[in-house]
Write a protein that binds this ligand. Structure first.
Ligand SMILES: Nc1ncnc2c1ncn2[C@@H]1O[C@H](COP(=O)(O)OP(=O)(O)OP(=O)(O)O)[C@@H](O)[C@H]1O
Length: 238
């Protein structure tokens, strides 16, 4: 059996005394893709922050290719190949697009030409400053900047939030290319469940910090009862 790329074993984590995630066990194979679904505030972003080491573990362990990384600092996890794209996007406002892309780059197949092929909008605006970008361009830049570190897994936190439908389509195509064509593993936190399920192989639904449901994404997409029960989603109406 292939060793998982990233594994959570019975993880409990949170902020200070407040437990947000509990009994969290999941396993992401190399080239795997996982949608994290759930209503607002159930702990999806906290799961990504826990994977990166920004949120401290209270119990359990986190493993990368079989090695326990539970106590490794976030920048060390990034060096191992965990590529996190924050919900806030965190663009450097006083740097150009090109400078934003190269500032934390590491050698690999994702270099400037590859990012510009994936996001032609960024190529057109390469000299624009970070504070002169639309929300969609910021998201492309945040994603491109993380790809420039040549990660083995991308952790995307609500990448489509607040974006116009045409931009969502462009980004969806890019994510599909990364995940399906390029084989980068992916954990995708997303409010648009139908979009997330269309981009991933597996899905979990989180409720009050615990896994309430696991399924293959294609199966969950057809499971209107579960989607409505946990997400309040009526199929075709999202
Ligand atoms: N820095 C923090 N300090 C204390 N509590 C926090 C902090 N960040 C998040 N929380 C709390 O942790 C819980 C889970 O938040 P989290 O952002 O992980 O949820 P989420 O599922 O990603 O929600 P959303 O879809 O709204 O982003 C919430 O109750 C939230 O208020």
């Amino acid at each position: 059996m292939t060793e998982p790329l990233l594994e959570f074993r019975d993880v409990r984590s949170g902020y200070g005394e407040a437990v947000v995630l509990d009994n969290m066990s999941l396993s992401l194979p190399p080239n795997g893709s996982l949608a994290l679904l759930g209503r607002n505030g159930v702990g999806k972003s906290t799961l990504l922050l826990t994977a990166m080491g920004f949120v401290t573990l209270a119990r359990g362990s986190i493993h990368w290719r079989g090695t326990d990384i539970s106590w490794l600092a976030p920048h060390k996890r990034a060096q191992l190949g965990l590529g996190w794209v924050a919900q806030e996007r965190d663009i450097f406002a006083s740097l150009t697009i090109e400078e934003n892309l190269t500032v934390i780059a590491r050698p690999g197949r994702w270099d400037l030409p590859a990012i510009y092929r994936l996001f032609p909008r960024l190529a057109d605006r390469r000299a624009n400053m970070g504070n002169q970008l639309s929300g969609g361009e910021q998201q492309m830049l945040a994603t491109g900047r993380t790809l420039m570190t040549n990660p083995a897994v991308l952790l995307l936190d609500e990448p489509f939030e607040g974006l116009a439908p045409i931009i969502v389509e462009e980004l969806t195509a890019a994510v599909r290319q990364m995940a399906i064509d390029e084989g980068i593993a992916l954990i995708l936190v997303e409010q648009h469940a139908e979009v997330a399920l269309g981009l991933t192989q597996q899905a979990i639904i989180i409720e009050r910090g615990m896994i309430a449901h696991r399924a293959a994404s294609a199966d969950l997409l057809k499971d209107s009862v579960t989607l409505e029960r946990y997400l309040g989603l009526k199929l075709g109406a999202s």
